[in-house]
Write a protein that binds this ligand. Sequence first.
Ligand SMILES: *[C@@H]1O[C@H](CO)[C@@H](O)[C@H](O)[C@H]1NC(C)=O
Ligand SMILES: *[C@@H]1O[C@H](CO)[C@@H](O)[C@H](O)[C@H]1NC(C)=O
Ligand SMILES: *[C@@H]1O[C@H](CO)[C@@H](O)[C@H](O)[C@H]1NC(C)=O
Ligand SMILES: *[C@@H]1O[C@H](CO)[C@@H](O)[C@H](O)[C@H]1NC(C)=O
Ligand SMILES: *[C@@H]1O[C@H](CO)[C@@H](O)[C@H](O)[C@H]1NC(C)=O
Length: 650
Amino acid sequence: METTMVSVIIRALILYLGPNKWARVDLEGKVNGTVEEVIHVPRSNSLQICLVKTGNSLPFVSALELRLLRNDTYVVPDVSLKKLFRRYYRQSDRLIRYPDDVFDRIWSPFFLPEWKQITTTLEVNNSNNFEPPKAALKSAAIPRDVNGTQLTINWTLDNPTEQVHLYFHFAELQPLEIEGNSSDFPADIIRMLHTRKFYIVVNGNVTVDSFVPLDLAVNTVETVVKKCEGGKCSLQLVKSESILGRPPLVNAMEAFTAIKFPNSETDPDDVVSIKILQDTYGLNKTDWQGDPCSPQQYLWSGLNCSYMNMSTSPRIISLNLSSHGLTGKIVPQIQNLTELQILDLSNNKLTGRVPEFLANMKSLLFINISNNNLDGSIPRALLDRKKLQLYFEGNPKLCGLDTCKISSGNKQNKIIVPVASAVAIFIVVSVLIVVFIKKRPSSIQALHSATTSLSLEGKMRRISYSEIQLMTNNFERVIGEGGFGVVYHAYLDDRQQVAVKVLSPSSSQGYKQFKAEVELLLRVHHANLVSLVGYCDEQPHLALIYKYMTNGDLKAHLLGKYGECVLNWANRLRVAVEVALGLEYLHSGCKPPMVHRDVKSVNILLDEHLQAKLADFGLSIFPLEMKLMFRLVLSALLDTWILSITKHIA
Ligand SMILES: *[C@@H]1O[C@H](CO)[C@@H](O)[C@H](O)[C@H]1NC(C)=O
Ligand SMILES: *[C@@H]1O[C@H](CO)[C@@H](O)[C@H](O)[C@H]1NC(C)=O
Ligand SMILES: *[C@@H]1O[C@H](CO)[C@@H](O)[C@H](O)[C@H]1NC(C)=O
Ligand SMILES: *[C@@H]1O[C@H](CO)[C@@H](O)[C@H](O)[C@H]1NC(C)=O
Ligand SMILES: *[C@@H]1O[C@H](CO)[C@@H](O)[C@H](O)[C@H]1NC(C)=O
C-alpha cells in the first residue's frame, strides 16, 4: 500500500479519515481558511474522508488533495502523521511546492530575528528517499551572534500527550575550501577542526550526537519526541566542543504528531459488495456514505456488523433492505458478504429466481424474501439448510418448491399419471354435480377456488428440541396419537396454536416415516393437506410441528364425540370432496406424484371452518406403481361415506 498524504481546506467540522477521527476544524476568525494534512497508510485500496457536521454548521470543503508518497519515507508503524509544520528556513514569502517538490509537499518559509541566513547558489544534491526540494535546501539558519553556539526552535501542542515525529533536512552550504599548502597543518586536520558539528537536543535530552552535515547534499535525520511537558516543546541544535568549529545550521524541518487510527475499516470485500449492491439497486440513502460499519456510531442504516476488536475489520452480518422499492434480481454480490447472518429483502419488487447461492452462504440464519415478485421454485439446497429460517410468503409466482421442476421420472410414470388422474377427477366431479345441483349450486364456486389455491404457506422452521419442550409446556397436553408418536398441543412464538407430533424413540419404523413426512410436506402445499410449520431434527429427538386444527379429526365428528354437533350432510360431502381434492393434488399435481397410503377418517382433520385437511404422511410414498391410486381415491370417499352412513343409520 502506498503512503498517502491528504490535505483539506475547510470550515468548522470534524474530519474522519475512514472510520477514525482525524481532526476538529474550526474556521472561526480564520479568514484565509485552514489546511489539515495527514500522512496515512490506507489499509485497503479505497479511502473514505468524511466531514461530519458539528452543531448546525454545514460541513464543506474547498479542496481535497491526495498525494502519493514513497513507502520508505515517514514510516511509523500503526500511526498516522498529522502535520504540525513543514518549514524551510529563509526570509521569504514564498511557499515551495510542486514542481520544486516532486511530491508536492508545501514548505512554508520561517525565520526568527535571532538567526542569520546563509544561502548558496551552488547546486545542492537533494537525492535521498525524502527528496526535499532543492529550493528549500539552498538556504539555512545559523545563530546571528558570531560566537553563538545554538539554534532554538520552540512550539506548543494542543494535546500534551501527543508524540511528535521530527524530520530534519540538513545540507552544508559553506563547504570548507582548503588551499593546498597555505597552512602548516595537513588538510584533513584543518578540515576536522573547522567542521560544522552539533548535537540535537530535544526537551533537554540529547537525541542525536555529533552530527555533521554533508557538503551540498541532503541528509535527513528523524527523531521522536515522546512527550512535551505541558505541551511546550523545545529543540536546540548545539555546537559541539571544538572552538574552531562552525555553529549549527538547519535548512528545513517537518514536525508531525502521531495519531492513532484505532478503528479498522470494514472488510474490503464487504465494502466492494455492498457498494455494488448500492449501485445496482440505486439506493439513495443519505447515511450510506463513508465506511459501512465503522465508526460504529455512523453505521449505515439497515446494516449490522460484527466488531471483534480494534485491529480486526468489522464484517457485515445483517442486511435489511425491507421496503426499499428494490427492483430487479437478487444480486449475486450478496454471496460475497460471507459473514451475513440476516438477510431481509421483504416488501420489495424483486423479480427472478431465488438464487441457489443463498444455500451456500454458511453463516445465514434468517432470510425474509416475502412480498416480492420472485418466481421459479425455492432451491432444494436452501430448504435443506439446517438452522436457517426462510420466509417467502407473498410471492404469487413462486411455486411449490421443487415440485415445479419438470419430472425426470421414467416414461411409464408419465403415461400412467394422466389416465389415473382423469379417473380421479371424473369421480370427484360426478359426485359434485349430483350433490350440488340438489343442495347449493353456489358452492361450486368455493370448490373451484380450493382447486386453484395451491398456495404456498411459505413458512418452514427448524426448531430446537429445547424450544419444543418450552412450546409444549413440557409435553403437557396430548391431543392425539399418530402413527409413530404422540401429538401435543403447543404455542409457537407464544401466539400461534400448533400441534407437535413427537416421534417416540422406541418406534423402529419411526425415523423413516418421519423423514417421509418431512420430505413430502416440504414439497407439497395445498389447501386440503395439513401444512407443516416447522420441524425438529436433533436426533434422537424428532418432531413435526403442524398448524393446529381446531375441529379435530373427522372420525370423532362422525362418531358423535362432539355431542350434538354432528356434521350435516352438506358438510360431510364437502369434506369428502376436499379430501379427494387433496389426494388428487398428491397424485397428479405433484411431480413426482405421491400416494398417501393411509387415508382414513382419523387422518382427516378439520380446521375452524370445517375445511378438511389430510394428515399423517408417514406411510406416503412416491409410487412407482401408480395402479394403487385409483383404489386410494375411492377409499377416501368410501371411508367417509361408509362412516357417515353408519352414523346416519345409528
Ligand atoms: C490572509 O492572506 C492575505 C494575503 O495572502 C494576508 O495578507 C493576510 O495577512 C492573511 N490573513 C491572515 C489572518 O492570515
Ligand atoms: C547525488 O547523490 C547521490 C548519492 O547520494 C548520487 O548517486 C548522485 O549521483 C548525486 N547527484 C549529483 C547530481 O551529484
Ligand atoms: C427490517 O426493517 C424493517 C423496517 O425497518 C423491520 O420492520 C424488520 O423487522 C427488519 N427485519 C429484521 C429481520 O430485523
Ligand atoms: C466475490 O469476490 C471475489 C474475490 O473476492 C471475486 O472474484 C468475485 O467476482 C466476487 N463475486 C461477485 C459476485 O462479486
Ligand atoms: C417477513 O417480511 C414480511 C413483509 O415485510 C413481514 O410481514 C413478516 O413479518 C416478516 N417475517 C419475519 C419473520 O420477520
